[in-house]
Design a binder for this molecule. Structure first.
Ligand code: MG
Length: 379
């Protein structure tokens, strides 16, 4: 008994020491807590390429497209299967070929305990630099597997309340005023609209939406402006028109201009292209008010959770975003959403050929399923 208590105190002290550094890190404790009945199997990773078809041609400041390549992964262990996904919008440089090539180098059969996320995912990260979506496809499947083995959804494992999920924004792509009005009417269910800016017609886009609705609008410039004075003027105009936040107003390389703008902006400035992984969060202080976390940029749920925790500790705003993805990767990201200021998880709503049932958007609100893991079922 005495010994148990000493052991408990030791564990608590160790956990508290970890807290001082990065707030919470449940993974190592999870690894130690895995019952022996869950051990002894071999993990088997399988994967297949798939192509998402978008409902509308998608236009942002720098490109247009109508499909997105993804790779769907599964990790099977002792008869339990976890699901994952890599999504590769072309501008990020990954492809079916690069992800399949990366995954062919992943050998999970050498790990006896799937709960050892820190070890397994650090090894996978070290296989090659870059490849964040490929890495995320293993990370998500492994998280799903672990949640299923524990019989718990990740929002429970992380200690988040599923009732505190936010509304998701719904993206209205750059288009002519008539099409923008039509898309705004079609988005009646959503409580927050997201507008892609950074072309010549920024004001026209916002004015077209304002003829239809007075809902709050989040905006994403995708590095489309270059002059900081003009950007500041525009942000004042946006604020007067009910815009509540601006994502990546200037190119990520214009660090000094971004810091200048962030100091003066009447709206929160959020870094997206300029903030990819955990190591970028500290560098974002003073450059942006907050960060946009995406699983496909940061290698998955493990690092996303750390970024969220660190950004909060640094007093920053947090947004969770996505690529066009199936409900698999969207569901994975949605478990972070109770802790964010803004959620942009409309990726699965923009595609015609989803292959999973998972987290849903009900009356505009992100709605987590009462299911273990990331909460998905193959359709
Ligand atoms: Mg963005």
């Amino acid at each position: 008994m005495q010994q148990d208590r000493r052991g408990f105190l030791k564990t608590t002290a160790a956990a508290a020491a970890g807290t001082a550094m990065i707030a919470t890190n449940p993974y190592e404790l999870l690894a130690k807590s895995a019952p022996s009945s869950m051990r002894g199997g071999k993990m088997k990773l399988t994967y297949r390429p798939y192509t998402l078809e978008l409902k509308h041609v998608f236009t942002v400041a720098v490109y247009s497209r109508s499909t997105t390549p993804v790779v769907l992964t599964e990790i099977e262990y002792n008869g339990v299967t976890g699901y994952g996904e890599a999504s590769m919008p072309p501008y990020l440089g990954e492809s079916h070929e690069s992800v399949l090539s990366f995954l062919s180098k992943v050998d999970l059969s050498k790990y006896e305990n799937p709960f050892e996320l820190e070890t397994i995912l650090a090894d996978i990260d070290a296989i090659a630099p870059g490849n964040p979506a490929a890495k995320a496809s293993v990370d998500i499947a492994l998280h799903d597997l672990i949640g299923r083995l524990m019989g718990q959804p990740w929002y429970n494992i992380w200690g988040y309340s599923k009732d505190k999920t936010p509304y998701t924004s719904f993206t209205i792509g750059i288009d002519t005023p008539d099409v923008v009005k039509q898309k705004t009417r079609e988005a009646a269910e959503y409580k927050v609209l997201k507008v892609k800016l950074g072309k010549e017609n920024d004001k026209e886009m916002i004015e077209a939406i304002r003829t239809v609705t007075d809902k709050p609008i989040t905006s994403d410039v995708n590095q489309g402006w270059t002059d900081r004075e003009k950007a500041l003027e525009m942000i004042h105009w946006l604020k007067d028109h009910g815009v509540v936040m601006v994502e990546q107003p200037l190119p990520k390389t214009q660090i000094d201009d971004l810091a200048w703008l962030t100091e003066r902006s009447p709206l929160p400035i959020i870094g997206d292209e300029g903030v990819q992984r955990l190591a970028d969060v500290k560098k974002a202080v003073g450059v942006y008010h907050g960060i946009n976390i995406k699983l496909m940029k940061c290698t998955g749920m493990r690092e996303a959770h750390k970024m969220l925790t660190l950004a909060r500790a640094l007093g920053m705003k947090v947004m969770v975003g996505c690529m066009t993805e199936t409900s698999c990767a969207i569901s994975a990201a949605s478990h972070l959403s109770p802790m964010v200021d803004w959620a942009d998880l409309d990726g699965a709503l923009l595609i015609k050929n989803d292959v999973y049932d998972g987290t849903k958007v009900i009356d505009g609100k992100i709605t987590l399923m009462d299911r273990p893991g990331i909460g998905v079922k193959p359709l």
